[in-house]
Ligand binder design. Structure first.
Ligand SMILES: C[S@@+](CC[C@H](N)C(=O)[O-])C[C@H]1O[C@@H](n2cnc3c(N)ncnc32)[C@H](O)[C@@H]1O
Length: 181
């Protein structure tokens, strides 16, 4: 095998790891397209009192948009080490980067009680796992904006089926038994 073929195989393997490796933790990597980010931000109505969590921050499409919207603080959870590095690098270059907390940790193990806005672009299985966590931890009034996958059994306050963006608001009493929110 010549050197170029070997290099090509290494690049392909690295790209596969980058995009798919984190399926082991809950979702692969794909950045949210810019038009969808704008739609999500419109639904989230982020303001200066909001503490925004992105569950699986990737390379930052949502966390930096949330900073630009004027959030008081943003928490980006990302478990994959290469993307965590890219996020740190981008934070250093962002004008409001001091308001972004980056955590290399498992989103399923993170306490979400402080969130006022949750952003997510994950996988159906991950959304099902999060249902119970949201019911246990999110405070009334917290907005959950999900791209691509709806929260089954929850009543959306707004949904854009064409763009596949779903917005939910945690009601004052949320049944913990999995019935409709
Ligand atoms: C589809 S990408 C979305 C990235 C970003 N939020 C965006 O919208 O552009 C999902 C991200 O979640 C991360 N992820 C998957 N499982 C995770 C877990 N258990 N804890 C933290 N991050 C996770 C992946 O590494 C990946 O970067």
């Amino acid at each position: 095998m010549n050197l170029w073929a070997l290099l090509l195989i290494i690049v392909i393997l690295l790209a596969m790891y980058f995009m798919l490796g984190s399926f082991l933790w809950g979702a692969g990597y794909q950045p949210t397209p810019a038009s969808v980010v704008r739609r999500m931000m419109g639904m989230a109505r982020i303001g200066p009192k909001d503490r925004v969590y992105d569950l699986g921050a990737g390379t930052g499409a949502l966390v930096f948009a949330a900073l630009d919207e004027g959030a008081a603080s943003v928490v980006g959870l990302e478990i994959e080490p290469l993307r965590a590095l890219i996020l740190r690098w981008r934070r250093g270059r962002h004008a409001r980067g001091d308001r972004l907390e980056l955590r290399r940790e498992d989103l399923f193990k993170t306490d979400l009680r402080e969130a006022t806005v949750i952003l997510a672009f994950l996988w159906p299985g991950a959304m099902r796992r999060l249902d119970e966590k949201f019911r246990a931890e999110l405070r009334p009034g917290t907005r959950v904006i999900s791209y691509w996958h709806p929260l089954e059994g929850w009543k959306a306050f707004e949904e854009d089926r064409k763009m596949r963006v779903y917005g939910y608001e945690v009601p004052s009493s949320l049944p913990s038994d999995g019935t409709s929110a």
